[in-house]
Design a protein around this ligand. Structure first.
Ligand code: PLP
Length: 451
C-alpha cells in the first residue's frame, strides 16, 4: 500500500529495467501494474488500462485465469522441481512435449525445453552446428538471419537478431552469423510492387549462401511474420522463394515462432499460416500465455535423431521445469477446449482488421499491416509516398505510445510504427474500446506535432 511515487522512486533507485534509460524512469516513474483481468491491467492509481500488446505479445488467453494458478499450486505441492538431465524425467515434461508435437506440423516430433525464447535460440545455434558436425560437415557453421530481426537478448540469440543498436553493446554478433535485408515493402520497397520486392529480398538469401559457400551454411532463421521488427508481413512471393532456396542448398530452416506460435496468426503456428516447412521451431511466450517462463525448440525427426545419437552437451537447470510445464499444458487445454483459434479466425482477427482499417483514414496513419492478431500502423507525414518523418527515428512513434498510455491503452512503437497484438480472447466490444483510445492518442499526437 505504498504510495505510487514512493514505489517509483524505489524502482528507479534499485531496479534495472530492460530497454529503458534512467532518465526515462526519473522523468515519469514507471507505471506500477498491480492486477490484471481479461484484457485489462490495473495500475497503482486504479486506472484500467486496455492491454493492446498482451504483455510482450504473450498473454494469449488473457489475464486472471484461476485454473492456471490452481495447476501451478497443485504441481508445486506434488513436485515443485526436478531436472531432466542424466536420465531422469517427470510427467509434466513428458505430457507437454507430447502435446506440443501433436499441434506442430508433421515431422516435428521432439521438444528441447528452455525457460525463454532467448535460451531456445541459443540451443538452436548449437543444435544446428552440432547436427552438421555429426553428419560429417563440421565446416557448415554459418547461420543467416535478417536485419532488424529480434531473436532474444542473450549473446547467441542477440547475435541472431539483426538490431544494430544491440550489436553495438557487448560484442555481438558472435562469429558466423550474417544478416540479409528483411521483406519490409512499406518501409523499403521503393517503386517495386510487393511481389517483385518479396522475390528480390528472398534472393538475397541465395546471394549470401553463394557468397559464403553452400558447404559452409548451416541454417537460415526467421520469424514467419517479423514481430518486434515492426510486424513485417512479407509479400506473398517471399516465403515460397525462401523455401525453394533452403531446399535447393540443403540449409536447415529455423522458424522463430516465439510470437507467431500458439494462435497469434490464427493457426497453431505462423509456419502453417505462411506455408513453411521448418526443421526447427523456436517457441516461448504463448506456450504458457506468459503465466510461467518456458520456451523450447521443436525439432524434426532427422535433426533429433542425429543430435540424440551424439551426447548434446547442452541444457538448462529449468529445462522442462515441472511447474512451468504443467501451467503450459493447462494453457494448451484452455486454448483447445475454448476454441480460441476459431475465435481468432472468425471473430477477433476480422474485427481487429476492420477496426484498424478505420484508423487508416487518420492523417498520420499509412497502410495497415496485419496477420491474424498482430498488426502495425505506420505513422507517416505523407501516406501516398510512404514518407518517413524527418525527426529522429521513432520520435513520433514514441509520442504516440505515450499518448496511448495516457489514454489507458498499451500500444508499442517500433520506430514510427504503432503495434497492436492483444490477447487472443479479446471481444469485438473490447476492440471498439481499443480503437476509441487509439484514435484519441493519434489525434493528440497530431496536435502535438503541429505545436
Ligand atoms: N524470438 C522472438 C521472435 C521474440 O519476439 C522474442 C522476444 O520478444 C524472443 C525470441 C526472445 O524471447 P525471450 O524474451 O523469452 O527470451
Amino acid at each position: 500500500h505504498m504510495p505510487t511515487a514512493e514505489l517509483q522512486a524505489l524502482d528507479a533507485a534499485h531496479h534495472m529495467h530492460p530497454f529503458t534509460t534512467n532518465n526515462e524512469l526519473a522523468e515519469r516513474g514507471a507505471r506500477v501494474i498491480t492486477r490484471a483481468e481479461g484484457v485489462y491491467l490495473t495500475d497503482s492509481e486504479g486506472n484500467e488500462i486496455l492491454d493492446g500488446m498482451a504483455g510482450l505479445w504473450c498473454v494469449n488467453i488473457g489475464y486472471g485465469r484461476t485454473e492456471m494458478a490452481d495447476v501451478a499450486a497443485r504441481q508445486m505441492m506434488e513436485l515443485p522441481y526436478y531436472n531432466t538431465f542424466f536420465m531422469t524425467t517427470h510427467v509434466p515434461a513428458i505430457a507437454l512435449a507430447q502435446e506440443i508435437t501433436k499441434l506442430a506440423p508433421e515431422g516435428l516430433n521432439h521438444v528441447f525445453f528452455a525457460s525463454s525464447g532467448s535460451e531456445a535460440n541459443d540451443t538452436n545455434i548449437r543444435m544446428v552446428r552440432t547436427y552438421w558436425a555429426e553428419k560429417g560437415h563440421p565446416e557448415k557453421t554459418h547461420i543467416i538471419s535478417r536485419k532488424n530481426a529480434y531473436h532474444g537478448s542473450s549473446v547467441g540469440s542477440g547475435s541472431l537478431g539483426g538490431m544494430s543498436y544491440m550489436h553495438a553493446q557487448g560484442g555481438m554478433p558472435i562469429p558466423g552469423i550474417h544478416h540479409i535485408n528483411q521483406p519490409d515493402w512499406w518501409g523499403e520497397g521503393g517503386e517495386m510492387t510487393p511481389e517483385e520486392f518479396g522475390i528480390a529480398r528472398a534472393r538475397e538469401l541465395e546471394e549470401k549462401i553463394l557468397e559464403l559457400g553452400e558447404e559452409k551454411v548451416a541454417a537460415f532463421i526467421a520469424e514467419p511474420v517479423q514481430g518486434a521488427g515492426g510486424v513485417i508481413v512479407p509479400p506473398d512471393s517471399y516465403w515460397p522463394e525462401i523455401q525453394r532456396i533452403c531446399d535447393k542448398y540443403n540449409i536447415l530452416l529455423i522458424a522463430d515462432e516465439v510470437i507467431c506460435g500458439f494462435g497469434r496468426t490464427g493457426n497453431w503456428f505462423g509456419s502453417q499460416t505462411m506455408g513453411l516447412r521448418p526443421h526447427i521451431m523456436t517457441i516461448a511466450k504463448g506456450l504458457s500465455s506468459g503465466y510461467q517462463p518456458i520456451g523450447g525448440s521443436i525439432v524434426c525427426d532427422e535433426v533429433a535423431e542425429v543430435i540424440g545419437a551424439a551426447e548434446f552437451n547442452h541444457g538448462y537447470t529449468y529445462s522442462g521445469h515441472p511447474v512451468a510445464a504443467a501451467v503450459a499444458m493447462e494453457n494448451l487445454r484452455i486454448l483447445q477446449e475454448e476454441n480460441v483459434l476459431d475465435h481468432v479466425r472468425t471473430v477477433a482477427a476480422p474485427a481487429l482488421k476492420t477496426a484498424l482499417e478505420s484508423l487508416t483514414g487518420h492523417p498520420l496513419v499509412g497502410d495497415l499491416a496485419i496477420e491474424g492478431m498482430m498488426a502495425s500502423l505506420p505513422l507517416t507525414p505523407h501516406k501516398e509516398s510512404r514518407a518517413k518523418f524527418a525527426t529522429d527515428k521513432g520520435t513520433v512513434g514514441y509520442i504516440c505510445r505515450e499518448r496511448c498510455f495516457a489514454n489507458n491503452l498499451v500500444m508499442r512503437h517500433v520506430g514510427d510504427r504503432m503495434i497492436v497484438s492483444p490477447p487472443l480472447i479479446i471481444t469485438p466490444e473490447e476492440i471498439d474500446v481499443l480503437i476509441t483510445r487509439a484514435r484519441r492518442a493519434l489525434n493528440e499526437t497530431h496536435a502535438e506535432l503541429k505545436n
